[in-house]
Ligand binder design. Sequence first.
Ligand SMILES: Cc1ncc(COP(=O)(O)O)c(C=O)c1O
Length: 415
Amino acid sequence: MSDPYIQNLFAERIGGKSYGKGTEIYKFEKIKRAKRAALAANPGAELIDMGVGEPDEMAFPECVDALAAAARKPDNRGYADNGADPYKHAAARWMRNVCGVEGIDPATQIVHSIGSKAALSILPACFINPGDVALMTTPGYPVFGTHAKYYGGEVYNLPLLEKNNFLPDLSSVPADKLKRAKTLVINYPNNPTGASATPQFFAEVVAFAKKHNLIVIHDAAYAALVFEGKPLSFLATPGAIDVGVELHSMSKGFNMTGWRLGFVVGNPLIVKAYADVKDNTDSGQFLAVQEACAYSLDHPEITQKIASKYSRRMTGLVEVLNKHGLNARKPKGSFFLYVKAPKAATGKDGKRVAFEKAEAFSQWMITEKLISTVPWDDAGAYVRFSVTFVAKDEADERRVLGEIDKRLAGSKFEF
Ligand SMILES: Cc1ncc(COP(=O)(O)O)c(C=O)c1O
């Protein structure tokens, strides 16, 4: 049967006439299939899922109550457009109280986003012309780069390497790419490496941006999930406001992934361009969600409680993995533990199995151990454990960690 005419109408950016015809199976689909097969082969067994990139718990009850009350207000019923003042003001207070960034003007330096993902998909429209280069880091969250390419831009990926503490080596960008580069997207605490930035690195980024006329977009989706000290905002760096914006999100720090709210803060010209394109893209997040999130931003102790849970789980997981020779190091924030993938292990049948890539190791972990992780082969072979696994209380957390310990016994990992 011939293709319907619609098949010939797809834009080249999503594959043109070949759209949907590829046979390649993507990473997350492979994980899903392996999980399904492992459960079918082991009926009733517990699959420990550490592949999930979102909180395992609901938003706090007081935030849900604030949402319910706000949803009943007639004034909150309509289009929100580029947002309401209370959320912007709460965001500016949060930047000051939690991140120590003073002097943010909510009127000109903050606009909400329907989550960081939406902001990352809108910002390329503000800057990327065909042929422009977008500097990104890899492994990483690809949304800005995907949209930059939709606009005819080119992505240059800077590898995040362990020897550089998973910070990009800015001096490694080739001169011809740098000449055409307009944007640099960074993300700390980082997904997937769990690495944190330093004030020195951020100062280097500001100097680099000024020297090469770059716009910096700091995706700070995990900013407040730190295990000690204060979150490190890029905007706390002298001169940062002249070169960039920071993207904050309610998703991870307040258990609100489904609520879809964040904010873009920083350089007023960049914020204005974002607001203009956003205004032509969406009609804003529900004002009741904004009102409840304004309440939440004024209660940073919520994030501290969430972070301390992840910190506790992280300590336990690091201990278990190290016991079995997996060389884990507790990060300073986020909920991701990034561990080098072994080259081989010993299976339940006593036979040695070699792993060519992290993906093979991750598949083996699902099939053989019923433990799900996410593999990354972009800059070295690593797997990401997320401490957002399901456990109903601290005792249950200890049980899950004990279970991981038992399952990894005798694996004899080789590097
Ligand atoms: C690095 C990074 N940026 C952005 C996002 C998207 O966050 P949001 O829920 O705010 O859209 C995620 C979500 O996984 C992420 O890992």
